[in-house]
Design a protein around this ligand. Structure first.
Ligand code: 13P
Ligand code: ZN
Length: 271
């Protein structure tokens, strides 16, 4: 059996959690990540017949039956992931139409997966329908995106347009824009369902006064999406109180569409 701590997906996960912490997006236990794995990826490292614990999920997600997830633990600090991955991370297999998560590895101190498991699993199911290559759901609390939800309208078109206007390449990185949820109670199936619905039309979903969710085909893409949106929000928070003399116009956004072969979300730019 190979050493799971040397698996490429484990190294990638540890580096990403550390990087997110270093960016200030994950204070204390803030934030959570789930990375979908195929059985063939996990098999060389673990005895898949050895189930440590069967944990009821409290929801159904038949699309995810048989899938494996490397996921952060509830109450665990991102800053500690690199020093004790087997305590702060776990690998679960989803069974019984999504109603059961079987713990195969990790959470060594008796812990469990993130309290945001419903939002993660429901978002995976939603994104897989849009893009079968989706593997990652990531949640964190980036300072400027959060700040922006206190002073900017939460209208999705307006919120997206403001972010697009803050850096030239925003529209290239997330042409579908960002979707926004009003404040809701976190850790519930309700916010999970609402997030998954928003994930049908965008890979970024802002949780007002809380944080953001991102989804993508790998950890780098998902990190990059959040990083770009957060950078735009930082610029907005630096200039929001100042008179704006210049901006990126819709006409210029159309030039970016042509140059980068992307299509902005329908109706978000003037013709
Ligand atoms: P967990 O510690 O349960 O992952 O929760 C952190 C969080 O960000 C909740 O939204
Ligand atoms: Zn959170």
């Amino acid at each position: 059996m190979k050493n799971i701590l040397e698996a490429p997906f484990m190294i990638d996960m540890i580096r990403t959690a550390t990087n997110m912490y270093n960016h200030g997006w994950d204070e204390r236990n803030g934030g959570n990540i789930s990375l979908m794995l195929e059985e063939a990826e996990v098999a060389p490292y673990l005895d898949l017949d050895s189930v440590k614990l069967k944990i009821p999920t409290g929801f159904t997600a038949p699309e995810l039956d048989g899938k494996y997830f490397l996921v952060t633990g509830t109450g665990k600090y991102f800053k500690n992931v690199q020093y004790a991955p087997e305590t702060n991370l776990g690998i679960v297999r989803i069974t019984a139409y999504g109603e059961l998560a079987e713990l195969i590895w990790g959470f060594n101190d008796g812990g469990s997966f993130t309290s945001e498991f419903p939002a993660h699993m429901m978002s995976h199911a939603a994104r897989l329908k849009v893009n079968p290559e989706n593997r990652v759901v990531m949640h964190c609390h980036p300072t400027n995106l959060l700040a922006m939800t206190y002073v900017h309208t939460l209208d999705e078109r307006e919120f997206t347009r403001t972010l697009w206007q803050m850096c030239t390449e925003c529209i290239v990185v997330f042409p579908e824009g960002v979707n926004v949820l009003p404040w809701m109670l976190c850790g519930t199936n309700e916010i999970g369902e609402a997030t998954a619905e928003k994930m049908q039309t965008a890979r970024l979903v802002v949780w007002a006064q809380h944080g953001i969710y991102g989804a993508g085909k790998d950890l780098d893409e998902t990190f990059g999406l959040i990083e770009t949106a957060e950078k735009a929000a930082e610029i907005y928070m630096k200039i929001a109180h100042l008179p704006r003399l210049n901006t990126i116009t819709d006409e210029q956004m159309h030039l970016l569409e042509q140059r980068f072969h992307i299509k902005a979300r329908e109706g978000y730019l003037a013709e």
